[in-house]
Unconditional design. Structure first.
Lengths: 685, 769
């Protein structure tokens, strides 16, 4: 019986095997692992690994018996039909995800179809480069219209019409990207057999300050020799369900992806971009996908924030989901992504995972302002990846809406969402103040009373006599005395400078103490200040380089200033110069603790207070330093200006010198290591 | 003080000497550079070699051979016969043919003239029609194909009762070796004894690079025959013998037991934004097997690389990869070329062949399968029997456990040093254990990572000393002992391979590659970005010392990683060691530890299966190579009922339902990687890739998986899988030898099979009728 069973099973297996052979397309529909990692970007803009967002589900190498040849574009309709611009075979192939052939369009008509777009009523628009035309077919494949080069003189008479990519809005207006036409996207309305409406979404030639300056001083000949400053043509485009156009342009860096409104204005800001963007397509959840020619797929939300980047180039190991040269991307109704690999002549389909589905739902609700509803899917996203910063940010905002400010603060900080953090903190502080205002006032009054009392008692009974005597005794110590002199210098720089120059107030110890305190405060303020003031990544510490930097600046300044002063008959010695530079830092030493405390209690709204303090500190330090240079060296105002300019120049020269020495030493080390490598090689063989 | 000054002076003198001799040396260096360049150019134009197959694709096709000149079975002579098979031999090509006495099915070892479609060039024709193909290295960079058709050779045959041996001599190259072929019942054993391999070095520059034995064993032409090839990728995968229409440029070609990190192969890496690696590593070949099944004629074989496996690759190439034939075989690597850098910038390099070749016997055993056994389940069953019969694996306790691993501490940067990020303390674990027990989890296997002083990346671990942040050594000891009483076994994780470059300033014990440069593993992580490998002998002493201090405390659960799945060639004080030396050293170390300890190994390679109580991190999928047509749980079928197998971590799986079903199908037990604290605390540590580990999130999943999979496991406890079939409608049927049948439905709809209805994305445990 069992044996019989086995034979039956075997028969079934053989049948199954045969069936599989006949069907001829990717049989492995599921993969436990992906051959690529998925990354997301955190609030600092650094990249972190996350759960697989999309898995390769299907590889379509041919439709029925029809293989593709160097295909360049594809379009997927709502009902799942796949239209491929099969450039090498001069046709458009229509099939489905199972690899069945539905129809072939445009055979005999098309020459080199580079772009294809299908409207909701299944009209097929084909951008044919070598035919210099856009063809419109109906759903049965019958040619309806052919649009050639617009006759309108505004198009540019000398320009040829080489359409390579096309998209069409609901009104039938065509947006066409033409090869070697840098004026922008060609916009043609279907009326009167094609009316040229104008250029759309023109990119601007980038011109930096250097170019502008050099252009103004160059001769015409020189200008002609410069690389022409022509704006780049968009590489591809797509249309979203509101009829707005997305474009991708190579070389536009942070503006690679643009979302253009009717007026052709970009709605997106700077974003993390694909190096060689090949194509773009709109998703179903206010999201957009961009694919890099090398195979990296980027998903952005409607703000242009990067959600995922995954996929990648095939390193020769031929693993499913990695690509060679991608030319097109499309997304269908069930969030599947289709990429077209022109080198492999195949379509790779990626399906979204549970994780991505949740995120899409949450982001959709969040973008619609339904914060509280979005919390449930967000919580599940964060369960799966607690470091997903967009979810953290949305979660923080959702809590903020619910007036749970503590949680909002926590999530905002995790997400590095400064605005959200500031808002939540403002609320928390508000609540605290309301609750504790009376107590705070009471404490203030109490403190004031205690001080008054002590002063009163001191007057009457000299209870502070001993501490005062101790203070006086300490001032006898030279270092202490000099330190308190520094305080005097801060308030009376001109008199103070005189003391440094003439009264033996220059020393090594006291300035060094100030310098050490300065470094300490600098480091503490840099790493432990309030979250909103932080300029460094949390958890990142580079203390040694900070200390080194301060020391190098102070020592370099001292040496250079001394060198310049001595040849200009200045009276400063190294000790004096060191002293006044260190003493000049005193305003920072006194005021930074205030700044530090402020940074912990202020929100973005009161940020100006801290900025003002910063300006005060900087100004004061500079005034002290300049006055000290003048007075200690006994210079006139003009001389002082000259000395300062010279000092800066000397510092630059010194830096150059150090750089040259460094380079030379690096050469020496490389030389020695080459000898060592040689010796290893010789001994080895 | 004086000696120090003296030393300083001598150092200075040495430096001066160096500087003085430098111009001469640097001149030398430039000459070598130019030589290499010329050589490299030469290799491009002359050499017919490429990395995988090494045969010239240029040159005209040879055309079909007229039928009158065909070498047919009439030209073969019968050389051995067993109860089931007859072996024939055609001497000039060392071509054997096996005939199944019962069915008449034939397995050919070389391309027959009849099936030669004539589209290949002379070199390829020689390759396909020769029973042995050797690649020779000449002048370090050029490789040449040496075969029995195109190269002058002398063959001397000696016949025995059940086979023959042949002494082969290639006079152009001066290579001499003996091939022994014996038919033992249903098994064919081919062997090249180590001592028979000779390189005469006619002009001292001709080395054997690699040897392929019967590279066309059981080949088929395009889609002539139904069937598939089995490749040991991941758990196991099949390449169908259908017409691939030239879609693939290369086939499966992987070194058994993984890449050799001791060679500084130039890696072509394309990084996202020039910084991030997006492509994941492919699976390692865990077991030295490959197979070919002609399911139409019900004839198959399983090839086992018995000797020389540490430095051999499994090759399985479908049609369209250079030629129109499907073939699989083992390629033995004897000597490789390595790159010797001459300076730090790698601008000057020379290529060198290894000084010595690999010294092991080369042996492949073909287990012939016919009838109902001629499929991948049959291969798996025969491999299991082979392992058991030869004592390569012994049955262990396979009782069900859910595996829940914990991360103790890791480090993040703080001020000038690092500070601990504590994720799970011993108290936390005790609490978690308590809760799980209350929820009905009867038994557990846990691996505790990052328990040691200094956190998870404070490696190597020299003694049993727990980090104070997790509760300290005595708390840990107490936890291990107490939880063992309730059948919760906590194993301490020890990566015995890696050495942290930051915490261990000495590179003295670090592995040097074949080119004498320190082997570095770059992690691109935040805190510790470089790791070295510990010398195998150092690993041995460190581990033993550790084990001693460990057992002294009365605990002996150890989870070993790193050395369980890595093999490399290395150099030490002027001597060179091969992968076999490395394997021997690790095997000895692990065998020694296994005597005193309860040892579990992380993804152990097949030569270590005997020493582990469990197989951790059993892959359930493949590496997704395009040419793979189907994934099959080959290793699971082999090991189910012998070794308990634990999956990769469930928490990082994006599609959990499917992963769960795969575990049911392959009899693999689930694994979780948990922390008590939220994983966002890890963001600035080296473990920042652990993005989802918090216990409170996964508690319910753990309990749920435990309940379901424990029930499945109890039905098949200790039983072997006898048959694994993929049926219609995405249903998989797994038959156990105790009569239990498990059906797994991967489809989105309810399916009826064998009178049973299985829900969508679900499974059912039944009895065989």
């Amino acid at each position: 019986m069992k044996k019989n069973n086995k034979i039956v099973l075997q028969f079934i297996a053989v049948c199954l095997f045969a069936m599989v052979l006949i069907s001829g397309i990717g049989q492995m529909t599921t993969y436990a692992d992906t051959p690529y990692k998925t990354y997301t970007i955190d609030g600092y803009g650094s990249i972190n690994e996350t759960m697989s967002a999309y898995l390769p589900v299907e590889t379509i190498t041919k439709f029925g018996e029809e293989s593709l040849s160097g295909p360049n574009d594809l379009c997927v309709t709502e009902d799942g039909e796949i239209y491929v611009a099969d450039t090498g075979n001069s046709r458009v192939v229509v099939g489905d995800i199972e690899g069945n052939l539905i129809k072939i369009v445009g055979e005999g008509t098309l020459k080199t179809p580079m772009g294809v777009y299908v409207t909701k009523d299944k009209h097929i628009y084909v951008a044919d480069r070598d035919a210099e035309s856009v063809f419109e077919f109906d759903s049965a494949g019958k040619l309806l219209n052919q649009y050639g080069k617009p006759a309108n003189p505004l198009y540019g008479e000398s320009l040829s019409f080489l359409p390579i990519k096309i998209t069409v809005n609901d009104a039938g207006v065509m947006y066409i990207i033409c090869e070697s036409n840098t004026n922008g996207i060609v916009e043609i309305s279907p009326t009167d057999g094609g009316t040229f409406l104008g250029y759309f979404g023109t990119n601007f030639a980038s011109s930096d300050l250097m170019t502008i300056i050099s252009r103004t001083i160059m001769t015409d000949e020189q200008r002609a020799k410069m690389v022409s400053n022509i704006p780049s043509t968009p590489d591809n485009l797509a249309i979203d369900d509101k009829g707005l156009i997305y474009t991708v342009t190579r070389g536009d860096e942070t503006r690679t992806l643009k979302h253009l409104n009717i007026a052709g204005t970009n709605l997106l800001g700077d974003l993390d971009y694909a190096d060689i963007p090949a194509a773009v397509t709109a998703g179903n959840h206010d999201n957009v996908y961009v694919v890099d020619q090398k195979g990296y797929i980027y998903e952005y939300n409607n703000d242009g924030a990067l959600l995922y980047v995954f996929g990648g180039p095939d390193d020769g190991t031929q693993r499913v989901g990695l690509s060679t040269i991608i030319t097109a991307i499309a997304a269908d109704n069930s969030d599947r992504i289709y990429t077209l690999d022109s080198d492999k002549a195949q379509i790779q389909v990626y399906g979204s995972t549970e994780f991505t589905d949740l995120l899409h739902e949450a982001l959709y609700l969040y973008s619609k302002g339904r914060y509280t509803e979005s919390k449930e899917p967000l919580a599940r996203v964060l369960e799966m990846n607690s470091m997903f910063d967009y979810a953290n940010q949305a979660m923080g905002r959702a809590y903020f809406q619910e007036e749970n400010y503590d949680m909002a603060l926590t999530y905002a900080r995790l997400a590095k969402d400064y605005r959200g953090y500031s808002d939540s903190y403002w609320e928390i502080r508000n609540v605290w103040l309301k609750r504790n205002l009376v107590a705070v006032l009471f404490v203030c009054i109490l403190l004031w009373a205690v001080v008054k009392l002590i002063k009163y008692l001191d007057k009457k009974k000299q209870i502070l006599a001993k501490p005062k005597a101790l203070g006086a005794k300490m001032k006898e110590n030279r270092v202490m005395s000099n330190l308190s002199y520094a305080k005097y210098f801060m308030r009376h720089p001109i008199d103070g400078s005189y003391g440094i120059a003439r009264e033996g107030r220059a020393s090594w110890a006291a300035p060094s103490v100030i310098l050490v305190i300065f470094i300490l405060e600098y480091v503490i303020n840099k790493y432990l200040c309030g979250f909103l003031q932080k300029t460094v990544r949390e958890g990142r510490y580079e203390i040694f380089s900070d200390i080194g930097l301060v020391l190098i600046v102070v020592i370099g300044l001292t040496i250079c200033n001394y060198l310049v002063c001595t040849i200009n008959e200045g009276e400063g010695t190294v000790k004096k110069i060191y002293t006044y530079f260190c003493y000049s830092l005193l305003p920072y030493v006194f005021l930074t603790p205030v700044n530090f405390i402020l940074s912990h209690v202020l929100t973005s709204n009161e940020q100006f207070l801290i900025n003002m303090m910063d300006m005060l500190i900087t100004g004061w330090v500079l005034v002290l330093a300049v006055l000290a240079i003048k007075e200690v060296n006994n210079f006139t105002a003009a001389e002082t200006a000259k000395i300062i300019a010279l000092t800066i120049f000397t510092i630059l020269i010194l830096a150059l010198l150090i750089f040259i020495i460094y380079v030379l030493w690096a050469q020496v080390f490389q030389f020695i290591s080459a000898i060592f490598g040689e010796v290893v090689y010789r001994i080895g063989s | 003080m004086a000696p120090r000054i003296k030393r300083l002076i001598s150092l200075l003198a040495a430096a001066a000497l160096f500087v003085a001799s430098a111009p001469a040396a640097s001149l030398y260096a430039t000459t070598i550079d130019s030589e290499t360049e010329a050589g490299a150019e030469g290799s491009e134009s002359e050499s017919p070699a490429d990395s995988s197959e090494g045969t010239d694709d240029s040159g005209p096709a040879t055309g079909r051979i007229p039928e009158s000149e065909w070498i047919t079975i009439k030209d073969y002579k019968k050389v051995a016969e067993s109860d089931t098979y007859i072996m024939y031999l055609y001497e000039p090509r060392l071509s054997i043919m096996l005939e199944n006495k019962k069915t008449g099915a034939i397995i050919e070892s070389t391309l027959s003239d009849e099936k030669d479609d004539g589209t290949s060039n002379k070199t390829w024709t020689g390759y396909m029609k020769s029973g042995i193909v050797i690649y020779a290295i000449i002048k370090a960079t050029n490789t040449y194909q040496v075969d029995l058709v195109n190269n002058k050779n002398e063959l001397k045959y000696n016949y025995t009762d059940n086979g023959f041996s042949v002494d082969i001599y290639f006079e152009e190259y001066g290579f001499r070796l003996t091939v022994e072929v014996t038919l033992e019942g249903d098994e064919l054993v081919v062997r090249i004894p180590e001592e028979s391999i000779e390189e005469e070095m006619i002009d001292s520059e001709r080395y054997i690079s690699n040897i392929s034995l019967f590279p066309f064993m059981g080949y088929t032409y395009l889609d002539d025959q139904e069937g598939y090839m089995l490749v040991p990728d991941g758990n196991g995968a099949l390449i169908y013998l259908d017409d691939k229409e030239g879609r693939y440029n290369n086939g499966f070609s992987q070194l058994i037991y993984g890449r050799d990190e001791g060679f500084d192969y130039s890696k072509v890496e394309t990084l996202l934004w020039n910084r991030y690696q997006t492509v994941t590593n492919a699976n390692k070949v865990i077991a030295p097997v490959f197979g070919m099944a002609h399911t139409g004629e019900q004839q198959a074989y399983l090839g086992i690389v018995e000797k020389g496996d540490t430095r051999a690759s499994i090759e399985a190439h479908p049609n369209g990869v250079s030629v129109n034939y499907n073939r699989c075989f083992a390629k033995f690597l004897l000597r490789d070329v390595f790159i010797q850098p001459l300076n730090n910038s790698n601008s000057g390099t020379v290529q060198n062949p290894e000084r010595d070749r690999t010294h092991t016997d080369l042996q492949v055993r073909y287990i012939l399968l016919s009838g109902e056994d001629a499929d991948y389940s049959g291969m798996a069953v025969s491999y299991r029997n082979y392992l058991l019969d030869n004592g390569l694996v012994t049955a262990k306790d396979t009782a069900y456990n859910t595996r829940v691993d914990f991360l103790g501490t890791d480090r993040e940067e703080f001020l000038v040093s690092t500070t601990a990020v504590t994720m799970t303390t011993t108290d936390n674990i005790e609490e978690i254990y308590g809760e799980l027990q209350d929820s009905g989890v009867e038994s557990l296997l846990s691996v505790y990572k990052g328990w040691q002083k200094g956190g998870i990346y404070s490696v190597p671990i020299k003694k049993y000393k727990a980090d104070g942040k997790i509760g300290g050594t005595s708390a840990l000891t107490k936890l291990i002992k107490e939880s063992a009483e309730k059948n919760y076994n906590l194993y301490l994780y020890n990566d015995a391979l890696r050495m942290n470059a930051t915490t261990n300033m000495t590179t003295f014990n670090a592995v040097k590659m074949v080119n004498k440069r320190t082997l570095k593993e770059e992690t691109r992580a935040q805190v510790y970005d470089t790791f070295y490998y510990l010398m195998p002998n150092k690993t041995n002493t460190t581990l033993n010392k550790f084990a001693k201090s460990y057992t002294k405390n009365g605990v002996n659960n150890l989870a070993l990683a790193g050395i369980s799945d890595s093999l490399f060639s290395y150099s030490s004080q002027g001597d060179f060691y091969g992968r076999q030396d490395c394997a021997d050293s690790y095997q000895e170390t692990i065998a020694g530890l296994d005597e005193d300890l309860n040892l579990v190994l992380e993804q152990p390679m097949s030569y270590l299966w005997n020493y582990t109580d469990a197989f951790l991190d059993m892959p359930l999928g493949s590496s997704d190579y395009m040419y793979l047509d189907e994934e099959v749980p080959f290793l699971s079928i082999v090991l189910k009922g012998i070794l308990p197998m634990y999956s990769d971590y469930v928490n990082f799986e994006a599609n959990k339902t499917e992963f769960f079903l795969q575990m049911v199908e392959s009899g693999v037990y689930p694994s979780f990687y948990l922390t008590y604290e939220n994983s966002s605390a890890l963001i600035y540590t080296n473990s920042s890739d652990l993005y989802s580990t918090e216990y409170s999130i996964y508690k319910d999943t753990v309990v749920e998986y435990d309940k379901a999979l424990r029930e499945v496991a109890s039905a098949v406890e200790g039983a072997y899988i006898t048959e694994h079939t993929k049926m219609e409608n995405n249903v998989t049927k797994v038959v156990y030898d105790n009569g239990v049948v498990i059906y797994v439905n991967y489809s989105d709809s309810e399916v009826s099979v064998d009178g049973m209805t299985i829900d969508a994305l679900s499974y059912k445990v039944g009895e065989a009728k």
